[in-house]
Structure formats: structure tokens, C-alpha cells
Design a protein around this ligand. Structure first.
Ligand code: PFF
Length: 451
């Protein structure tokens, strides 16, 4: 194993840079594409409420645990665990696997967003579900076009990750997040002034607990992990580039709040508009690509197109700052653990990932009928990584911090050797020891039908 010296390790150059990069990793397709369609599909309010509970109870605690491990060791996840307790090295390995699997389909959706930058600019915008649904299907079911857009998206990832942390990732995040917020707020106003918008809001926020089945709970839990980039060592890896002066508790509070705000804003844009246009709330991965262009159609041909262009451009950048972090998990493993140089690690990983992405993309079209456990390749990768691997990772990471790591060392790291107060330290340790692992386990068991 080649252990990089701390002094040589690239670091985030500013405080705001790290928050933006960590939030950049968290805020992505999970918030804008996945959250609204899962909320639509899983019955609305009850899903959203359970999701929010997961973020509050698990999100903050687990994010803090990952930050502490990463910053303490200054190593990416596999080597961080190897250094702290060899028995837990597999947790890092599981995380690398999860990153790999997610990157086997995430760039496909990233590619759709890139395609939609142009589609909204030059294609047809209509509030007719058949027109917008048809346009989306003809894109994703095609052979070459979605693969072409995925390739463009992958190339953008490669270029940034090759450059390393501070120059690439930090800079991209600094521009993306504020712009995305601004745009979402404009869209919220437009969506809420559509006829029948209130009904959509009610669907999103008034829980109907009869809909809270094991599957729905598991989906909400998986979404919390996915959206916050937790359970797979991504935040360990990012925090390994963080300076010893930063306040980890503050960071672990701000990032989940920002992430949840973006998801809720996206939900408030998409669900009321979907109801207002009479589109199908249950339409799955296509929801944002069908509903949002329809909202733009109501803004008039020119303004609608300009906003559409900016919106999908922002989604593509939000996706990019997330997939960069996923790629970074795999790449930093190959650099820190296998001693590869960055360029080689990025190139080889990307080629393999691109091949998996081709399979995922085709599973929306010509391989639509190839199914395992009733899921096509794309859905299977998504389900296995988010609903199984990430929650399992979350259990082991919190158990490690709660039970197996010297409490004094944990305290010293989180308080920056006593210079920062963390009054809830014992509460948080209690969460890591019992509450978080038990809740995750219960939801997992219920999700797979064992209880
Ligand atoms: N959080 C990202 C999103 O919401 O799109 C996806 C993601 C990034 C998941 C990084 C996991 C991860 F480690």
C-alpha cells in the first residue's frame, strides 16, 4: 500500500469550498430527478415524511461519522478503514463497489439531461402528456443517441476528475449551487401558480399512512442515503481532503439542510405541475423530463426555451458535481491503495464504467425485456446500490464509530482537539451505537419482507 503523506495531499482551499463541494456531491440527480419521481410513485406525503425523518435521524449522524473518519485518517475509505481497524476494510470495499454500480447508470441520466439542454432549446415544448412523453421515450429507447449523450457526459467527468480536487470539483460547485437555487425558486413560483397546484402540494405533503409499506420505507431510506451521498465512503473521501481547522459538526449540519431544501424545492416544482397538467404521477424516471419541459411550454416559446436551456444545463452540472464524487471514490481507492497515478485510474475506470452505462442505456430500449427480479439492468443497479449496499454501509460505519473506535480519539477529532464545543457528543454516539443501525436494519428487513 502506498500511503500519501498528508502534506502532499491535495486540499480544499477554502471553507466555503468544502461545503460547496460536499453539497455539490449531495445535490444532484438524486434531488431533482429521483426524489420527485419516487415521491410521485410511492404515494406522496407518507414517503416524504419518512424520507425527512431518515434525513434528520440518520443523515446528520452518519455524515458526521464519515467526515470524522475521512479527516482523521486523511485517506480515502478503504485505506481509512484499513488504518483504523482492518476488520472493517470490507466496508470501504463495499463503498467502492457501490460507487462503481451507481456510476454504471448515473451518467446515462446525466446524458439525458445534456440531451435535454438541446431538446428544450430546439425541440417541441408542449403541455400535452402524449407529446412530451413521446419525446422522452424516443430519446431513451434509442440505440445510439442516449449512448452518445452519456459519452459526452462521461468526458466532462473525466476532464474534471483528472485535474484533482481543489481546481476541478471545488470550482464547478461554486457556480452550480447558487444558480440552481435561483432557478428552482423561479420554477416553484411558476408551478404553484398553475391551476390545481394546491392538489399537488397536498399530495406531496399530506401523508396517507396507509401507503407506508415496507417497500416505500425502503425506497425512502435508500433515497436518503443516495441523496446525501452516504453509506459508501464518499464523504469519507471528500473529508480526507479537509483541513484540520474545519468545524465538522457545522459542515455535517449545513450539507443535509441544503440537500433537503433542493429536493423539496424540486418536489414542489414537479409534483404540483404534474397534477396540474394531468400527467401520470407514477411515470417513474421520466417524470422530470416530461413535466418540466411542459412547465416551460406555459412560459411562452422564447422565455420557455431560454429557461429550459438554463434549467437542464444546471441539472447537468448538478449531476456532474455528484458523479465526480462517485468517480473520485473509485479513483482515490486506486491511487491510495493500488498506487496508480490519477490519469491511469481515471481513464481505465471510465472505460469500464462506460461499458456498463451502455448496458444500462440499452435496458431502457432494446433490452427492455431482459429482467431479473422484475427489474431491468438500470433499475437493478439502482435498487441494489441504493436500497441494499448503501444502507448496509451505513450500519457498519456507525457501528464502527459507536463501538469499535476509541471514544477519546473520536471526540478529539470532532472537537478539533478540544477547541470546538460539541455538546451533543454523547447523544450522537448513542445514535451511532443503537438508533441508526437498528433503524436501518429494521427498514431493510421490512423492505425485503422478513418482518
Ligand atoms: N447524492 C448524489 C445525488 O443526489 O445525485 C448521488 C451520489 C453521489 C450518491 C455520491 C452517492 C455518492 F457517493
Amino acid at each position: 500500500m502506498q500511503e500519501p503523506k498528508v502534506s502532499q495531499r491535495d486540499q480544499f482551499v477554502s471553507k466555503i469550498g468544502f461545503i460547496l463541494a460536499a453539497a455539490g456531491s449531495a445535490v444532484g440527480l438524486g434531488n431533482i430527478w429521483r426524489f420527485p419521481y419516487l415521491a410521485g410513485k410511492n404515494g406522496g406525503g407518507a414517503f416524504v415524511l419518512f424520507y425527512l425523518s431518515c434525513v434528520i435521524v440518520l443523515g446528520f449522524g452518519l455524515m458526521l461519522a464519515e467526515f470524522i473518519i475521512g479527516r482523521h485518517t486523511q485517506l480515502s475509505s478503504v485505506d481509512a478503514f484499513k488504518k483504523l481497524d482492518k476488520r472493517f476494510t470490507f466496508v470501504g470495499g463495499m463503498g467502492v463497489l457501490a460507487a462503481f454500480i451507481i456510476m454504471g447508470y448515473y451518467p446515462v441520466v446525466g446524458g439525458w439531461s445534456v440531451a435535454y439542454i438541446f431538446k428544450t432549446l430546439f425541440g417541441e415544448l408542449s403541455t400535452d402528456a402524449a407529446v412530451m412523453g413521446g419525446a422522452f421515450e424516443s430519446l431513451i429507447e434509442g440505440m445510439f443517441s442516449p449512448i452518445f449523450w452519456t459519452a459526452i457526459y462521461m468526458i466532462a467527468n473525466i476532464v474534471i476528475v483528472v485535474k484533482g480536487i481543489s481546481t476541478g470539483i471545488e470550482r464547478a460547485s461554486k457556480v452550480m449551487l447558487p444558480t440552481l437555487f435561483g432557478l428552482l425558486i423561479i420554477l416553484v413560483i411558476r408551478s404553484l401558480t398553475l391551476p390545481n397546484a394546491a392538489e399537488g402540494l397536498r399530495y406531496l405533503f399530506v401523508p396517507d399512512f396507509s401507503k407506508l409499506t415496507g417497500d416505500v420505507m425502503m425506497a425512502a431510506l435508500g433515497q436518503a442515503f443516495f441523496s446525501l451521498s452516504l453509506g459508501m465512503g464518499c464523504m469519507i473521501t471528500y473529508a480526507s481532503y479537509l483541513s484540520k481547522k474545519e468545524n465538522l459538526v457545522e459542515n455535517a449540519t449545513i450539507v443535509p439542510i441544503l440537500d433537503t431544501l433542493v429536493a423539496l424545492l424540486a418536489g414542489v416544482v414537479i409534483i404540483p405541475a404534474t397534477v396540474s397538467f394531468g400527467f401520470d404521477l407514477d411515470s417513474g424516471p421520466g417524470l422530470v423530463f416530461v413535466t418540466v419541459p411542459a412547465i416551460f411550454a406555459t412560459m411562452g416559446p422564447i422565455i420557455g426555451r431560454i429557461f429550459g436551456f438554463i434549467f437542464f444545463f444546471m441539472i447537468a452540472i448538478a449531476a456532474l458535481t455528484s458523479s465526480l464524487s462517485l468517480l473520485e471514490v473509485v479513483v482515490s481507492y486506486l491511487i491510495d491503495n493500488r498506487g496508480w497515478d490519477r490519469k491511469k485510474a481515471v481513464t481505465i475506470t471510465s472505460i469500464i464504467l462506460f461499458i456498463i452505462c451502455i448496458a444500462s442505456s440499452l435496458s431502457m430500449g432494446i433490452w427492455k425485456d431482459k429482467k431479473l427480479m422484475d427489474m431491468n439492468i438500470f433499475d437493478l443497479l439502482d435498487w441494489f446500490a441504493n436500497n441494499v449496499l448503501l444502507p448496509l454501509g451505513g450500519i457498519f460505519i456507525t457501528l464502527f464509530v459507536g463501538w469499535f473506535w476509541d471514544k477519546d480519539k473520536v471526540k478529539a477529532e470532532v472537537t478539533n482537539d478540544g477547541s470546538i464545543k460539541f455538546t451533543l457528543f454523547n447523544v450522537w454516539i448513542f445514535l451511532c451505537r443503537f438508533i441508526i443501525p437498528i433503524i436501518i436494519l429494521l427498514v431493510l428487513l421490512r423492505g425485503i419482507g422478513l418482518i
